[in-house]
Design a protein around this ligand. Structure first.
Ligand SMILES: Nc1nc2c(ncn2[C@@H]2O[C@H](COP(=O)(O)OP(=O)(O)OP(=O)(O)O)[C@@H](O)[C@H]2O)c(=O)[nH]1
Length: 400
């Protein structure tokens, strides 16, 4: 059950004797040195711990800070074309291991749950009602969902009932059927070169991996030779801003950021404006994920979208929802909730490596039919790949 928090009433800003100069968004150019003050505001925020309660993702909620309205700042100087050209060379190339073996390693917890069960049920056994029932239960426990579990079991019964069936045959059957389910949603994230920039908004509950996913995507696009800008739209958490700046440095991408508590929509506006002027190919915008304050978050996300559209009516071109695979069935309610807030048109499933619940991807594909662009199988910058139906289905049931 989701556990929403009530938004704290906003404290009206005290009347100012004279208007303060408007805050300037900060652009962190991609340089080979630490940001000037990566944790300064975070230190402040952490100095006064807020009351805590358990949030939807199992983390602890922080106090909700309502920012005073921020005037739109004047344009800030852009990095010169030379500075863009001198973006640092990309470091740490991926290890030589094949993608399939990385996927298999990542999915090993989900895989062993299924394969151990299948081997247990189908060791020298005829396919009878009892075996079918056990298989159906196993598929439900693996988060495939009851409807899919029933359909797959019935499908197997149709051709093999009363016959001896080996565990390998069952795995083979499942891999084929799972592939049919996930194939339609397996679509790579395609950047439209005519957009300049292709604007991608990342949404999702705190801790699901938005910021890390931005880092991984930024690296991927930079490896493809694209100019990528990042926007630290999670202005609620100082640590999130600092984290994005680090990703900006590591991937060679300018980061548009403001101080903690700043208006996220204003920041997004600046980012679109600056990235457009700079001729960026891609702009990745991070957002807050405070589901504890659902109404506040909805208002914030909708405002971000409205403001972006003022500059670019077609944008955001892609709105990605990140889902943490370890939360299993909770992913369903997260999609429902975020679909009500913004027009989600793609999913990225993270933390499949730490989860025995990778099967949830199948249930999500069946129910929501939203494109699954990529999956995260680790914390490293290369631990994310396009979602491939065949590789995923075979890895999930432990096949080569
Ligand atoms: N094992 C594993 N860890 C991941 C993956 N993706 C992200 N993480 C970790 O999950 C944690 C949360 O990731 P973040 O990127 O900070 O998540 P977020 O949604 O931006 O969270 P907030 O910054 O709190 O809004 C970090 O410790 C990441 O390293 C993944 O695919 N696998």
């Amino acid at each position: 059950m989701l556990n929403w928090f009530k938004k704290k009433p906003a404290t009206p800003p005290a009347p100012q004797p004279a208007p303060a100069p408007p805050p300037q968004p900060e652009i962190t150019p991609p340089v080979d040195q630490p940001a000037a003050d990566p944790v300064g505001p975070a230190g402040d925020a952490q100095a006064a711990p807020a009351p805590l309660e358990t949030a939807v993702d199992g983390t602890m909620a922080e106090e909700i800070v309502v920012a005073a309205p921020t005037p739109v700042p004047p344009p800030v100087p852009l990095p010169s074309p030379l500075a863009v050209a001198l973006l640092p060379e990309l470091e740490d190339k991926p290890e030589k291991k094949s993608w399939f073996s990385r996927l298999k390693d990542g999915l090993s917890k989900s895989t062993s749950r299924l394969t151990d069960g299948i081997t247990g049920i189908f060791t020298k056994k005829k396919l009878d009602d009892e075996a079918l029932e056990e298989l159906e239960e196993l598929l439900i426990r693996a988060d495939l969902g009851p409807v899919t579990a029933a359909r797959l079991t019935a499908g197997l019964a149709k051709t093999r009932f009363g016959k001896e069936v080996s565990a390998e045959e069952v795995k083979d059957y499942l891999a084929t059927e799972l592939q049919k389910i996930v194939e339609p949603v397996a679509r790579p994230l395609v950047i439209d070169p005519s957009k300049k920039p292709h604007i991608i908004l990342l949404v999702g509950v705190n801790g699901t991996g938005k910021t890390t996913t931005i880092g991984k995507l930024a690296r991927q696009f930079r490896d493809e030779g694209k100019i990528v800008w990042l926007a630290a739209g999670d202005t609620f958490r100082a640590a999130a801003v600092a984290q994005l700046k680090v990703w900006g440095e590591r991937t060679g991408c300018p980061v548009v950021a403001r101080d903690t508590g700043a208006d996220a929509a204003g920041l997004a506006y600046d980012a679109v404006e600056q990235a457009t002027k700079a001729g960026a190919d891609v702009l990745l915008i991070d957002t807050a994920g405070r589901l504890q304050n659902k109404a506040g978050l909805m208002e914030e996300l909708r405002k971000i979208v409205r403001v972006i559209k003022k500059l670019n009516p077609e944008a955001p071109h892609t709105t990605l929802l990140t889902l943490d695979a370890t939360t299993g069935q909770n992913a369903h309610s997260q999609i429902e909730v975020f679909k009500d807030m913004v027009a989600i048109n793609g999913l990225i499933l993270t933390k499949l490596d730490g989860s025995a619940r990778g099967g949830v991807l199948v249930a999500l594909a069946e129910k929501f039919k939203l494109p699954v662009h990529a999956i995260g199988v680790g914390e490293g910058v290369y631990d994310m790949r396009p979602f491939e139906a065949r590789a995923f289905s075979r890895a999930l049931v432990g096949m080569e």
